[in-house]
Design a protein. Structure first.
Length: 211
């Protein structure tokens, strides 16, 4: 019996050590995830969310190491709150969602304080941005963008497919749904160099006919 107890002690010590290391890792400003062959060379790549802490509002970067090119690409995740409510709010990133060689980043925005005698603020703002590696030109492609929010107790969503140039808008209220769609050539073949404030400003102009 004494021998069994002595055998268990090193195992318990090892478990506690691992648990301690995990807690410390969660306190860092980076979250790292394996991306299954993102750039299609049969070598697992790494996706890292980095937090810039020297700014007043949160600021995030998605860093992806491309093993096929032996380089790391950093993608700034822009704060787009001012586009939708004319004032800046803080934002938060979820862990990367990795599925079928596509990385999806979810961005949640904090609600602004409602101003007296002013209505129409967009609340519960959520963005989803989808990235894929283009094996032909060896560049990271932005293939989709989704936006959802509530306004005056109505639920809105917009979805952009940058492979086809199609976009869809949906309004849901009181059990009823209204939908619209369209197409634009400028919404096709979007890459990282296109992902800037001017581009998101263009997106904010599409699909507003449902409001």
């Amino acid at each position: 019996m004494m021998k069994s107890v002595l055998t268990l002690l090193p195992l318990i010590s090892f478990f506690l050590s691992c648990k301690e290391n995990n807690v410390k890792a969660m306190d860092t400003v980076e979250s790292q995830y394996e991306t299954p062959y993102f750039d299609d060379d049969n070598i697992k790549d790494k996706a890292v969310i980095k937090v810039k802490q020297n700014t007043e509002l949160s600021s995030f970067v998605l860093s992806i190491h491309l093993s096929s090119l032996n380089k790391t690409v950093e993608i700034p995740i822009l704060n787009n709150s001012i586009l939708y409510n004319n004032t800046e709010a803080d934002y938060y990133l979820s862990d990367p969602i990795i599925n079928n060689k596509v990385i999806t980043i979810r961005v949640d925005y904090a609600d602004q304080i409602t101003k007296p005698n002013i209505s129409g603020e967009r609340k519960n703002l959520i963005e989803k941005i989808k990235f894929r590696f283009d094996t032909k030109n060896k560049k990271i492609q932005v293939i989709g963008y989704d936006l959802s929010y509530t306004k005056a107790q109505k639920n809105y969503s917009k979805s952009f497919n940058f492979s086809t140039g199609k976009f869809y808008s949906t309004l849901s209220f009181d059990g009823k749904k209204e939908e619209s769609s369209g197409w634009a050539s400028e919404l096709q073949n979007i890459y990282l160099e296109n992902l800037n404030s001017d581009f998101f400003n263009k997106l904010s102009l599409y699909g507003n006919e449902i409001e």
